[in-house]
Design a protein around this ligand. Structure first.
Ligand SMILES: [Zn+2]
Length: 330
């Protein structure tokens, strides 16, 4: 692979050029279903990096970041090749859907490795994994909090047991995330989960990172910047662009996670912020009934860091309120 310009179907294949086009996946009753692909083959041979976003297509900051990189990388300044898919899941993007495909009801990041003779999400997973991600040595899948989710940025990598791949994956995770690094081991509760594209890519020998920044259907420039910094850090770390990666502050390693939920239904008054360290016993929220009487004080069962806040303000018994990391220094 090293030395050859990347070509996928009829897109790319020439050094020193940018090419873009569509990969057809299937059809709706009236239109083709196809995914946009940009291939930037640098003027010199070198590492190959695949960037994907929009697997969950209401997670916009990663989509925006991959679009910006795809259109601004100069082939003359690039060593190696970048393959970019800014919107992996066009049916979701078109319908502004969260979590699940409006066509077959599947979560694309729980569907990998997919299959060529399945429904649209299964075919998508199969094509993206076998034709796009596997064309590269490295892969970053940009996500964020989906609709109704407020997320603290993190980077996750599925450890494989192959020390070379694991070393390279952890290095990129540390360079990408401003705060938290989650390293998944078999059977671990940490992301990425087994049906994730990144998890399946690592099992095919690709150094594949799950990169999360963004919240709640928004397009906050600060979240886009986290993805851009992570992507450019990776390009520099791999020697694909000149310059050194920039890293600020310490990283924490996630070792476990837990969810805090309430017993009562009503209006939720949140008492914490995303990224906040929580102490065991600390009040996370209060719930009042529809008369306005406070009926529950929800407390953290142990120490943790608020990593995902569900944005629902009207809650039922047992609805999740906040998911927390348990961490150690890395
Ligand atoms: Zn996602």
């Amino acid at each position: 692979m090293v030395g050859n310009a990347v070509k996928i179907r009829d897109i790319g294949g020439q050094r020193g050029t940018r090419a873009q086009g569509w990969l057809k996946i299937g059809e709706t009753p009236i239109d083709p279903i196809q995914i946009p692909v940009v291939i930037i083959n640098g003027s010199r041979p070198g590492p190959t990096l695949c960037l994907t976003a929009g697997v969950h297509a209401a997670e916009y900051p990663g989509i925006d970041a991959v679009m910006r990189v795809a259109q601004t990388l100069d082939p003359a300044e690039l060593t190696g090749s970048v393959v970019a898919v800014p919107v992996v899941n066009p049916p979701m993007f078109q319908r502004r859907s969260g979590f699940l495909s409006p066509i077959d009801g599947l979560n694309l990041n729980r569907t990998a490795p997919g299959r060529p003779d399945g429904t649209i999400s299964e075919i998508l997973a199969h094509v993206v994994l076998t034709e796009v991600i596997s064309a590269c040595e490295y892969h970053i899948d940009c996500h964020g909090g989906d609709l109704g989710e407020i997320l603290w940025p993190y980077a996750g990598f599925s450890l494989t047991g192959d020390s070379d791949i694991d070393r390279r994956g952890e290095a990129i995770a540390r360079l990408y995330s401003p705060n938290i690094v989650a390293l998944y081991r078999e059977g671990s509760p940490l992301p990425p989960t087994a049906g994730a594209l990144t998890h399946q890519a690592t099992r095919r020998g690709v150094v594949s990172l799950l990169a999360e920044a963004g919240s709640n259907g928004a397009l906050d420039p600060a979240d886009v910047e986290i993805h851009l910094t992570g992507i450019y850090n990776t390009l520099r770390h791999l020697g694909m662009l000149s310059g050194e990666p920039t890293v600020q502050g310490d990283r924490l390693r996630a070792v476990d996670q837990f969810v805090v939920s309430g017993c009562r239904g009503g209006l939720l008054r949140l008492k914490i912020q995303i990224g906040a360290p929580l102490a065991a016993g600390q009040e996370v929220a209060e719930i009042c009934n529809v008369f306005g009487e406070v009926v529950e004080h929800v407390r953290a069962p142990r120490d943790g860091i608020a990593r995902l806040i569900w944005n629902a303000k009207a809650v039922n018994t047992g609805d999740p309120i906040v998911k927390c990391w348990i961490t150690e220094p890395t």
